[in-house]
Design a protein around this ligand. Structure first.
Ligand SMILES: Nc1ncnc2c1ncn2[C@@H]1O[C@H](COP(=O)(O)OP(=O)(O)OP(=O)(O)O)[C@@H](O)[C@H]1O
Ligand SMILES: Nc1ncnc2c1ncn2[C@@H]1O[C@H](COP(=O)(O)OP(=O)(O)OP(=O)(O)O)[C@@H](O)[C@H]1O
Ligand SMILES: [Mg+2]
Ligand SMILES: [Mg+2]
Lengths: 165, 160, 160, 165
């Protein structure tokens, strides 16, 4: 299974539709402080079903919608689409290519799509959870979190091995 | 369940004892069950000994040594239970140049098993990347993507 | 007591609104009392707006922006209430090169008022130092000091 | 008031007696990961009267005594001496030069000296506290602690301004 591309539109500092293609191997994302690199990672978390605004550094979920600058008005919709190559059927869904979309309106309405079909947030969350890419997996290590693996007590660490098991 | 936990633990334990010295250029480390008799609730202790040093509690390790130990453990876990992709946001911030070089090279040992997306300011990590994207804010407050060759990387975004 | 708190607060508040744009090359920031009516127990809110961006809660700032805001506040405090020396252990780890350059230069604005001791891996900070000490472990596990000229700095200890 | 020099002997990774001279202006300390840079900062904290082993990354206070390597035996005493130029009498003590020493034996015995005269830990702690260089001051920002100024709630932050006041 591979990430093929992610499209951000109105998500945090990505006011305009922006696409990042992912190749095999190692992709590095670089840029100055505050340019939006961690925002890309949060877009990935969000489209994979992140339910806590705090895990996206916000107070409320609508903090992810582009809120404008001195020169630009805010927008009313944040949308992220993720395209995955699933030809090994790693994700338990009968498609060789999987597209996942999430949209949030400023009025609070949310829309979720799996291969263009409307679905529930739960469907997206379960898809990743059932394939071992859920919240407890190590698929995303956020900024400042690398040592989180140590901060837990020895007893709490066991959940790492239980998840892996 | 506890059998599966034990097998996974033993596999990760074995890998960790091999990955750590590769990352540190020496030394040793191990994972220990706090209560081997009680597999259902035993915790896991991490013991690390950088090259040439005596075994000491994790808290006494330096900032860079702790980060590299955590990275070694993460890599051990995903070698035992592969995930298709792994996203790392500036995990090597505390490492010096020699350690960044080993970290960067190690990313390639996963070959096609795991796709890595790394956010980094470090030249050493960038040099190991197969592809490089730059994020800029030419228009203040608005992010844009550019695909870059290493030579073009805006030097002000590098950490030197 | 609350008069003294208020005077100190106002002085630091004023300085912070000047130091922040110097560190960020623009933008603005302020300190606000959560309860101006109740000087005995009011909290302090930090509001920061990097250049060109809209005012947002601190949590939405990037790693580097947060570090630089914290550094600006620290510098404001010691300008209002000078301390003879200030020791900084890798406080600029999250900053990109442009921000490190501003940080390094700013250390000199304290001149003889405050002696700075900085631990750093960053070339930009080293270039601003008046004197440089290297710590090495030629004998494993045993630290030694060497006084260095910038050109001699062991490149493996630099963060690039 | 200025730091003139610090001498470490048997303190953490400084097995042998090591002296660092501090000049005016900006002194940078550099070196590879794990070489001992933060240990120097902790030696300064310790000689200024740090009472918590946890603030020195240890479990017990005797964790600061050099514990040996494969090639070297442990030592039984850790000692740090700090020399300060006090010609502006910033420290409330009637000396133009102040020397502070702290010693810890592996058997738990401690010794403290102010200008070579034995004193109590409290005398050292008070000297710095009364001159505004106490625990709440910003004289030492440890590794990973720069954002600590934000993590506190707005109500807790006030103590920063009270200390400064
Ligand atoms: N809803 C939003 N609308 C507009 N801008 C936003 C929004 N949410 C966050 N931002 C901006 O995005 C920026 C943070 O971006 P990000 O954390 O991705 O930076 P970064 O490139 O990771 O930087 P660093 O190298 O410092 O970690 C902040 O300046 C913040 O103001
Ligand atoms: N009592 C002790 N005896 C011997 N060695 C010790 C003792 N206490 C700590 N150390 C060693 O000191 C080293 C840590 O040093 P320190 O934290 O100063 O490194 P550093 O130069 O700051 O590195 P970094 O750049 O990674 O922050 C560790 O390897 C630790 O094992
Ligand atoms: Mg970031
Ligand atoms: Mg350190």
């Amino acid at each position: 299974m591979e990430l093929k591309k992610i499209e951000l539109n109105g998500f945090k500092s990505f006011a305009d539709k922006t696409t990042i293609d992912f190749d095999q191997g190692v992709t590095a994302i670089v840029g100055p402080n505050g340019s939006g690199k961690s925002n890309v990672i949060e877009a990935l978390r969000w489209v994979m079903g992140e339910q806590s605004a705090r895990n996206l550094r916000g107070g409320k979920m609508h903090d992810v919608i582009f809120s404008g600058t001195h020169a630009r008005k805010p927008v009313n919709i944040a949308e992220v689409t993720l395209l995955l190559d699933n030809s090994d059927f790693f994700l338990p869904i009968d498609f060789e290519e999987v597209s996942i979309s999430r949209r949030l309106h400023r009025n609070g309405e949310s829309e979720y799509r799996l291969n263009k079909q409307p679905c529930r947030l739960k469907d997206i969350v379960d898809l990743f959870m059932d394939s071992g890419l859920g919240k407890e997996s190590f698929s995303i290590i956020s900024q400042g979190q690398v040592e989180a693996i140590f901060n837990s007590k020895a007893e709490d660490r066991r959940s790492i091995f239980e998840e892996a098991a | 369940v506890s059998q599966r936990f034990k097998k996974t633990f033993m596999d990760i334990k074995e890998r960790f004892s091999q990955v750590f010295p590769q990352m540190f250029g020496g030394g040793k480390a191990e994972l220990k069950l706090t209560d081997p008799e009680d597999l259902l609730s035993s915790g896991v202790e991490i013991i690390a000994q950088p090259p040439g040093k005596k075994l000491q509690q994790l808290s006494l390790l330096s900032g860079g040594e702790r980060a590299l130990t955590a990275i070694s453990l993460l890599f051990s876990i995903i070698q035992v239970k592969p995930i298709p992709f792994c996203v790392l946001d500036e995990v090597e911030a505390a490492l010096d140049e020699a350690n960044v070089a080993r970290f960067g090279k190690y990313l390639h040992t996963f070959e096609t098993d795991t796709q890595f997306i790394v956010i980094t300011h470090r030249k050493g990590t960038m040099e190991e990347a197969d592809s490089l994207y730059g994020i800029t804010m030419q228009e203040k407050g608005v992010s844009k993507i550019v695909s870059v060759r290493l030579q073009e990387v805006d030097m002000t975004s590098l950490k030197n």
